[in-house]
Write a protein that binds this ligand. Structure first.
Ligand code: ADP
Ligand code: MG
Length: 223
């Protein structure tokens, strides 16, 4: 199982009375592609942050690729994330003053397993596969178009060959053409690399590319 949640309850430490997530059971199988939708504020990002270990679950079990994230130390979680999980953020989170290759390498450097093995070469291969021409590889990312930046963000998420790719509304700042392009690139890379894909969005029109669609409201009993 790629993802298994059991009796997870989560409230932010700043607002302990406000239970954001209350999920009795939810799972994603290896290789599955799941689209989770819910309106803004419904807890999508909170869920993804629990699954990637950026937030820690104090109640219930969070298993990712057979490992209990909720039992790991902060250091173990960081290492696990770097090695096993690719994450594409809503706002890309590229370092604006670093170029595409450097942004991708940065993710590579944090990974233990792949450390120092062919980082630049793999970055170049991914950028080429994503149709970013070599003359754009060494520009500061702030000078790339939004569509290019989002493709660099996918390359960064895939550089460590993660088993699980998590995407948090990655198309929300893209126009229709870039959105379609992004989705087709994402799907073909997920297939090629046999990656389990979890994608959240409020935009139901994106669900057509996925084998399974879940409404967060059906899974989450907190509200
Ligand atoms: P979504 O991604 O679906 O828009 P979020 O997971 O970001 O929803 O937010 C779910 C709820 O958690 C919201 O009520 C939001 O205000 C609250 N929340 C998000 N981040 C924090 C935080 N760091 N501290 C306290 N509450 C938060
Ligand atoms: Mg969000």
């Amino acid at each position: 199982m790629a993802i298994q949640l059991d009796h997870v309850r989560y409230a932010y430490p700043e607002a302990p009375e406000d239970v954001v997530l209350n999920i009795s059971e939810w799972s994603v199988s290896d290789g599955e592609r799941v689209f989770v939708h819910g309106p803004s504020g419904s807890g999508k990002s909170t869920l993804l942050n629990l699954l990637s270990g950026m937030l820690v679950c104090r109640e219930g079990c969070v298993s990712i690729l057979g490992e209990r994230l909720d039992k790991m130390s902060a250091r173990q979680r960081d290492r696990f994330r770097a090695n096993q999980i690719g994450y594409v953020f809503q706002q890309f989170n590229l370092m604006p003053y670093l170029n595409a290759i450097e942004n991708i390498e940065l993710a590579h450097i944090f990974s233990h397993r792949e450390r120092k093995r062919g980082g630049v070469k793999r970055a170049q291969e991914l950028l080429a596969a994503l149709n970013i021409v070599p003359s754009d590889w060494y520009k500061p990312s702030s000078r790339l178009s939004i569509g290019q930046q989002q493709r660099v963000a996918i390359a960064r998420a895939l550089v460590n060959k993660p088993a699980l790719l998590i995407a948090d509304e990655p198309t929300s700042s893209l126009d229709q053409e870039n959105r379609d392009n992004f989705m087709s690139v994402l799907m073909s890379l997920a297939t090629e690399n046999a990656i389990t894909l979890l994608f959240v969005s409020h935009d139901m029109s994106l669900s057509r590319d996925f084998g399974r669609t879940d409404a967060l409201a059906d899974v989450n009993r907190s509200r």
